[in-house]
Each structure stands twice: as C-alpha cells, then as structure tokens.
Design a protein. Structure first.
Length: 415
C-alpha cells in the first residue's frame, strides 16, 4: 500500500533530520566505536530470542531494547548510526536465510525511524528533566522509568498507526486496547532498569561491568526463551495428541484412545464396569430425516452419557452410533444403578433439530450391555469389551431400550 510505504519512509526521514540536526556524537570516537561494537554484537545475538507477534497480515518482533542507554550516551546521531547498522544487519541476515518479508526493506526503514525518533525524544526529556530529579531518592531510576515508559508507549503508537493504515485495526478503540496490552508493567521495569545500568556503566567507563550485564541479560533471556519453547512444544504435542485421541464429531475419546486406555487398565486389579451402548433403530433416523440429523442425535447421545460420568470414568466412541464406557471406582450395585439412570436419561430426553426452517424434537432410545468384573490376567479388557458387546446384542434381541448385565463377581446374570 502506498500509504504504508510513505509512512515508513516519513518516519525514516524524520529520524534522519533529528539525528543530523542535533549535536554531534557526544563522546570521543574511541569510546563511541567501542560501545557501538558491543551494542551491535549483543543486539544481534539477542535478535533470535525476540518474541514474534502478529496482527492480520503484519508481524513484528519485540524484546528488550538497548536503544535508550545508547541514545543517552551517544546522542541522537550516535543512536542513528547504531540503529542503521544493526537494522541492516538484521535485514541482510533475513535475506540470507530467506526469511525476509516482501516489504522487508521498508520495514527496516520503519524500525530505524521509529526507534530513533522515540529514543531521541527520550534523550531530550532526560536532558531537560535530569536536574529536577537529582534531589529525589532514586531520582535517576524514576526518571529512567518515566522516559523509557514514554518511549515504549510512543513506539506502540507508531505501530498502531502502521496497523491502522494496513487495515489490521478498524477503530481507535482497537488501537488503544493494543497499546495498553502490548506490554506489561514488568516489561517497562525490565527495559528501564537494564538501560539505566548500561548507561551508568558507559558513563563511568566500566566496560567489564557493561559486558557482564550484556552476558547476564543474554543468559537469562536464552533460558527464558528455551523454557518458553519447551512449554510451547509440549502444548503443541498435547494438542496433537488430543486431536489424535478425540472423535471429531462428538469430542469424546475415539477408538484409538480406547485401545490405549484398555491396555493401561488391563492388569490394575480394579473392579470395572465395561458398558457398550448403542442408539436403537439409528438407521431409521438417517432414512427418515438425513445424515446431518443423525449426527445431531449421536452428539446428543454422547453428551447425555458424558453428563453422568465422574472424573475417573471414560467414554469412547467405539463405532458409528456405538459408545463404550469404563465405569470405575464403584461397586456393582452403584454401577448398575448408574447405567439405568443413563437409560432413562436417554429415553426421557429429545433432540431439537432444524429441517427446512422448521424445528423438530426427535426422541430416541438406547440399549446397554454391562459387564462387571475385576481386571486381571485371566480376563483382559478386550475380552470384557467383547462380553459387553454380546450383552448389548442381547438387549437388542430382547426388544431394545434395556440393560443386559453380567456380574462375574457374583456369577449371577441379570436381565
């Protein structure tokens, strides 16, 4: 977009004017080039630890910036030289690694312009307010917090304007919300404290302390970044695992997870009620209505079954309209009573569906097979599942809408 290009160029030209209309570089050339080398080196090392954010089609990186301390030490012209060298180092690195955006050159001009403008203003504020804060306890640090906060807020405003021009923000309210939430109070304190120390070390010619602070900052940032990456990777693995083990239609566990969980429960020695449940005459629902209605009924059936379960129980979709339950931590009487409540809950409920603009209530029933036993080597979970499936078939043959039960602990079969 032409407006976005003009905006980036105008920021760069403004920074250029500020830099060359200000005083010359405030320090001798030896100290300047020494500071320039250290700041460039550690900023470049720190670059890959920055956090990537995105809004719409626009992305940006953020992290601890060392610009404020360099501006206070070398002035706006010195800051411009540093920003120009550092930003174009990043530009050529992205070109070399083929990670550059199509508008990377203009983005580089934007970064140089916005950082030079905001931190040059911070420099002039520091010069103007420094004497007023000298008599205050911790006056220097209060002033650093004020000017750093101001420069960070102004930087966020520049970014909001860019996002507004690109169409990622539609209203002023969105922009204000972004400015207020883009950084936390901890971010402001970290940047102010780091830049304050760097400036003091530069001013007092304590290069070893300056390098030590850079190294400490890098180690802490690297550690935080590694932990963040580990957490992110774990979240992604958990998400993929959840997707692999979750039925896409109902949101309950699928057959793959059922096989995995049954293998885990196989030799626990606990008493378990294996239940296989199936919607009665499901084919007629699909035939009389359509498959979309059939899916609604399956989803309703899953929600109904799930509503009766505790945190120790498991519900799996083991087939089309068939579900398998592992009911745990209960005796036989409680397990049987729970299954009967499920049966009645299905029978006394209905599904509201919309067909051709008309809302219909569909009632249905379900049949259940309950096999209650102790998980051990003699009877595996797989065999128990087969037994429960046979009991389900028995319920179907006896007229549906009922529970067929076998309790191996008492060797009594109940119908």
């Amino acid at each position: 977009m032409l407006k976005a290009r003009l905006y980036d160029i105008s920021l760069f030209l403004t920074a250029l004017v500020i830099a060359f209309s200000s005083d010359r570089i405030l320090i001798n050339h030896t100290d300047f080039f020494k500071a320039l080398a250290f700041f460039w080196l550690f900023s470049s090392l720190y670059y890959h630890l920055r956090v990537l954010s995105k809004s719409g089609t626009t992305s940006w990186e953020h992290g601890i910036s060392y610009d404020s301390s360099f501006a206070l030490f070398a002035g706006p012209l010195g800051l411009f030289v540093f920003e120009f060298i550092y930003r174009f180092t990043v530009y050529f690195y992205k070109k070399w690694t083929k990670t550059a955006d199509p508008n990377e050159f203009l983005d580089t001009l934007y970064n140089i312009g916005s950082f030079v403008i905001t931190n040059s203003i911070a420099y002039f504020l520091f010069l103007h307010l420094q004497s007023s804060f000298n008599d205050f306890p911790f006056g220097f640090w209060i002033l650093m917090l004020i000017i750093v906060s101001f420069s960070l807020l102004l930087s966020s405003i520049f970014l909001v304007v860019a996002l507004y021009i690109l169409g990622d923000f539609k209203t002023i309210k969105e922009g204000i919300k972004f400015v207020l939430k883009s950084r936390s109070l901890l971010d402001y304190g970290t940047v102010a404290f780091t830049n304050g120390l760097l400036f003091l070390f530069l001013k007092e010619d304590k290069w070893e302390m300056l390098i030590s602070l850079f190294i400490l900052n890098y180690i802490v940032s690297r550690s935080y970044h590694s932990k963040s990456q580990s957490i992110q990777h774990k979240l992604e693995r958990d998400k993929f695992e959840q997707m692999a083990y979750t039925d896409f239609l109902t949101g309950v566990f699928n057959r793959t997870f059922m096989d995995k969980k049954m293998a885990e429960l196989n030799r626990t020695g606990e008493r378990i009620g294996i239940v296989v449940a199936d919607i009665d005459k499901f084919k007629s629902i699909n035939d009389n209505y359509n498959h979309a209605v059939g899916d609604k009924v399956i989803q309703h059936f899953a929600r109904t079954l799930n509503s009766y379960l505790s945190e120790n129980d498991y519900l799996f979709r083991s087939g089309g309209e068939e579900f398998t339950l592992c009911l745990r931590k209960r005796n036989f009487e409680d397990t049987l009573e729970l299954v009967h409540r499920m049966l009645n809950g299905v029978k006394n409920n209905h599904v509201d569906v919309e067909i051709n603009g008309e809302t219909l209530s569909i009632s249905y029933t379900a049949s259940f097979g309950l096999y209650f036993y102790t998980a051990n080597d003699q009877i595996s979970m797989e065999k128990a599942y087969i037994q429960a499936d046979q009991l389900l078939l028995q319920s179907k043959q006896l007229g549906r809408n009922r529970v067929s039960v076998e309790n191996t602990l008492s060797s009594v079969e109940l119908k």
